[in-house]
Design a protein around this ligand. Sequence first.
Ligand code: PLP
Length: 482
Amino acid sequence: MEKQLQQTTDNDQQSKMSLLRMLPGTDHILELAKEDIFFENIPRSLLLRAVREVIENYRRLVLNGDKSITENRLSDPVILEAVKGYVKNKMSPNLRRVINATGVVIHTNLGRSLLASDAIENLLTIAGTYSNLEFDLSAGKRGSRYSCVEDILCEITGAEAAMVVNNNAGAVFICLETLAKGKEVIVSRGELVEIGGAFRIPDVMAKSGGILKEVGTTNRTHMKDYVNAIGDDTALLLKVHKSNYSVVGFTAEVSLKELAALGAEHHIPVMEDLGSGMFIDFSKYGMIKEPTVQDSVAAGADIVTFSGDKLLGGPQAGIIVGKKDIVSEIRQNPLNRALRIDKLTLAALESTLRLYREPEKAVEAIPTLRMLTLPFHLIEQRAGQLEEMLKSSAGSRLHIEQMNRSSRVGGGSLPLQELPSKCLGIKVRGMSVNVVETFMRENMPPVIGRIEEDFFMMDLRTIEPEEFPIIKTAFDMMLKKE
Ligand SMILES: *Cc1c(COP(=O)(O)O)cnc(C)c1O
């Protein structure tokens, strides 16, 4: 018995050795690459790295006793193919386009909001030319970075002043740091939110130097709770919009309007973090009513902060609107330099904001809004189109079902909003759903769907009809590969 074991180990050892001897050297593969037109314009440093890593990878597989490594897989052409694959991968950008078939409209992992074409156009122009970013063209001297968006932000929201930073987390942080460092900030216990990515109100407060003074309870906070908490050290009354959760049942909260009146009485500024700010009343489109930025300004908030790339559908940005003297104080905070918005973002933001001058057009032109308000009958029609396309090519091996599902708003916005949608659920005969999902995810460009029971699911709300041919080709290639 022992002898037999010894024998097997010796054999393994021998076959490993012979496989290792078969591995070509770097120079040999480099010579072969010279003859191959594919490598003609590939930088030498990348080629060298590719060859070394591919050979090293094979060596590791052999040493680990990987049974898939046979003599055939160590032949020159196969190794050269592997080098090509490596090079191709490294030559294409790591950050790449994907097709969002998840039905989550503001998908944080997939880039949140898509820009409107006006915004993209302006961004491209500004990217390649000099601009008046911080130059006042009428005065002929240094100007402010925000002047291009301040005016329109005030026009839309009714605020006295506006500024923008890198994102809303930054906006909340700089506001707290400016207004409440070393002083108390009163917040209801029902509003101590955590949004994704480790942004929690108590933590941001601590970092900014503000001292959190919690009042009320999780489900009920009253006026008297705020009144009793106000003292000499109170610097700010903060209201945080419950963007990604809801408190239902026996509840009470103090409205922004009431809070603003209280603040005015005590000469304490009132701030609202709206999270995903909106300029349009979504209830017009049959959706849940989300407070608009205009509502918050009109309610008397001194400062309102919100995201540029959630429900607004613009680029990543943190927008701050409010009273002139307070915004000006925030602007002068040295942190502002660290959080400053870049010019490409500004270009895209300005164009996005301009679209809101005509809300009906904004809903059409801004992809996030268009997808959120896409009528069910259109989604259904698109599901039918894609189904036909897939059937016509991939034929009988595909089992396709149209299914009614609900899309989601995403981005921590409107968690209770149902968005009735159509999905295509796909099964491929002779192939597990995991294999299908992986193939689609590794396609160029990747098609990101989800698995539900044994179906690969694609939600038609977030797929543009222009993307249908890409999906069709992906399925064709998947079935051909087998
Ligand atoms: C999303 C959100 C933020 C952070 O906004 P980002 O633009 O992602 O930085 C802050 N507060 C609330 C309430 C939010 O919903």
